[in-house]
Write a protein that binds this ligand. Structure first.
Ligand code: NAD
Length: 491
């Protein structure tokens, strides 16, 4: 079985580690490859840093208009290879065909926005800030930067950072999730064709030890992390203690409020997609649905009817609307949470635990589950499930529902369904979450906007995407100059 290579100094090279773990297809447990793991991967990080350091010195001198030309090249390569990248995403992460194509599109959009770096990283000048003195602020790259990514978006998440990092003149090291490293292998084989100095972009495989090496290496000036909250908190505290700039996105538990004046047909369709898209493994997936002011019989019945007909299976097969969850451990964790919720008093309108997919008996499949009337103070309603499970609860007023939203540990997203502008405005202003959706189920910001996140969903100041990314990957330098007017002098 193939052991995946690292991409360092523009070459595919064997890892220094002989330890490996298997990459499995979650639909059938087929072994796709072996990925390097263990403490010796720290040597690979050090080699990548050394070559990145030299490459960045050269790259930072290339004018920004020239630097962004590689992004145009990269966009074309992505577009010409969508199918092969999408198939790899499905095989290693379990997504459906449409979901895989969808995340590639979001990666491309970030490349497009980063093409605007010549304007986005422009500085400021004030002439004659004092008599005969001009002052300017310019943006310069940080040097060598790195990202550490989760399993649930094998292609897109790296591109919340990489296009901005290199367009602003940095070197960039990618540590993909060890659960889904194959997609980045494909993408790096495309990026190998870009006109970049050798070593400017690199990929190092591994797990915790590799991450620790990134956190410790003095050459790395900034780290972008996306993953679970405990790891995000760890990366932020250790990275900043080591003097690095860090942006660390964490987990989520996303509430959706449905007011009695919401359009039931539209809400049902959008909420079902939000909860069950990517088998619930999205940081912006809706998890708890709060209906306000009545039993919302219509919504409950409509959700039940829509959800029960979802077809679970291998994501590349036609007609499949939901793939497997990532690992057997993940499936067990989700199953245990469902059991716990029921034991604490929730009623299972739909219980997806026993589902089997013909031809894929070994897959990590769970069908959609709907649990009703869970206990607000118990684990089911408080914990990130990261699986295809909806909790349906009801409250009397919008105030009570907003207080519930704001009581949670996380602040990644909150959504409201209504036809009343005043309710929407109240929610937008009062809900404590970094991404707000009004009549939208997955409030994922477009690439022009920062991928926000509050409370335990984010550690840091500047987010990924758009202008925030440009700021994150640059440091400001303020220059004040006096040029005496020699022509007015008498010599
Ligand atoms: P994870 O935290 O287990 O892993 C993420 C990365 O951290 C991986 O590359 C992994 O190798 C590394 N890692 C894991 N444990 C580590 C440790 N102890 N020390 C150092 N590094 C470690 O996350 P995951 O399971 O791959 O992804 C799912 C999580 O990511 C969910 O909680 C989800 O909400 C979150 N997520 C958040 C966002 C967001 O934008 N806020 C986006 C996507 C996913």
């Amino acid at each position: 079985m193939e052991v995946l290579k690292n991409y360092i100094n523009g070459e595919w090279v064997k890892s220094s580690s002989t330890e490996t773990i298997e990459v499995l297809n979650p639909a059938n447990q087929a072994v796709l490859a072996k990925v390097p793991y263990g403490s010796a991967t720290a040597i690979d990080v050090a080699t990548a840093c050394e070559t990145a350091y030299t490459a960045q010195k050269e790259w930072s001198k290339v004018p920004v208009m020239k630097r962004v030309q590689v992004l145009y090249q990269l966009k074309s390569l992505f577009e010409a290879n969508r199918e092969v990248i999408a198939k790899t995403i499905t095989d290693e992460s379990g997504k459906t065909r449409d979901e895989s194509f969808g995340e590639i599109q979001r990666a491309i959009e970030n490349i497009e926005v980063a093409c605007g770096t010549p304007i986005l990283m422009a500085g400021d000048v004030i002439e004659d800030i004092a008599s005969g003195i001009d002052e300017m602020m310019i943006r310069q790259p940080l040097g060598v930067t790195a990202c550490i990514t989760p399993f649930n978006f094998p292609s897109m998440i790296v591109f919340w950072f990489l296009p901005y990092a290199i367009a602003t003149g940095n070197a960039f090291i990618v540590k993909p999730s060890e659960k889904v490293p194959m997609t980045m292998m494909k993408i790096f084989s495309l990026m190998d064709q870009l006109d970049l100095p050798k070593g400017l972009i690199s990929m190092v495989h591994g797990g915790k030890e590799t991450v620790d090496a990134i956190l410790e290496h003095p050459t790395i000036k900034a780290i972008s992390f996306v993953g679970s909250t405990p790891v995000a908190r760890y990366i932020y505290s250790k990275g900043t203690a080591n003097g690095k700039r860090v942006q660390a996105q964490g987990g989520a538990k996303n509430p959706v409020i449905v007011l009695p004046d919401a359009d039931v047909e539209m809400s049902t369709r959008i909420i079902a997609d939000s909860v069950y898209g990517c088998a619930g493994q999205r940081c912006l997936a809706a998890s708890t649905i709060v209906t306000v002011d009545d039993e919302n019989r219509n919504l409950k019945d409509a959700l039940y009817e829509t959800v029960k007909s979802r077809t679970v299976g291998y994501g590349w097969d036609q007609g499949v609307s939901m793939g497997p969850v990532i690992t057997p451990e993940s499936k067990n964790r989700i199953t245990d949470l469902i059991e716990l919720g029921i034991s604490e008093g929730a009623n299972a309108l739909l219980d997806g635990r026993k589902t089997k997919v013909s031809g894929y008996e070994e897959g990590n499949f769970l069908a959609p589950t709907i649990l009703e009337n869970g206990h607000l103070n118990k684990k089911l309603i408080q914990t990130e499930i990261f699986g295809p499970v909806m909790s349906l609860i009801s409250m009397k007023t919008i105030e009570e529902a907003i207080a519930f939203v704001n009581s949670g540990q996380y602040g990644n997203m909150a959504c409201l369904f209504t036809s009343n502008g005043a309710s929407a405005r109240k929610f937008r202003n009062e809900a404590d979450a970094g991404n707000i959706g009004i009549n939208i189920g997955v409030a994922a910001p477009m690439a022009q906007f920062p991928f926000s996140g509050w409370k335990d969903s984010f550690f840091g100041d500047l987010h990924g995407q758009g202008k925030h990314a440009i700021e994150f990957f640059t440091q400001t330098k303020v220059v004040i100059e006096r040029w005496p007017n020699i022509w007015s002098r008498k010599f």
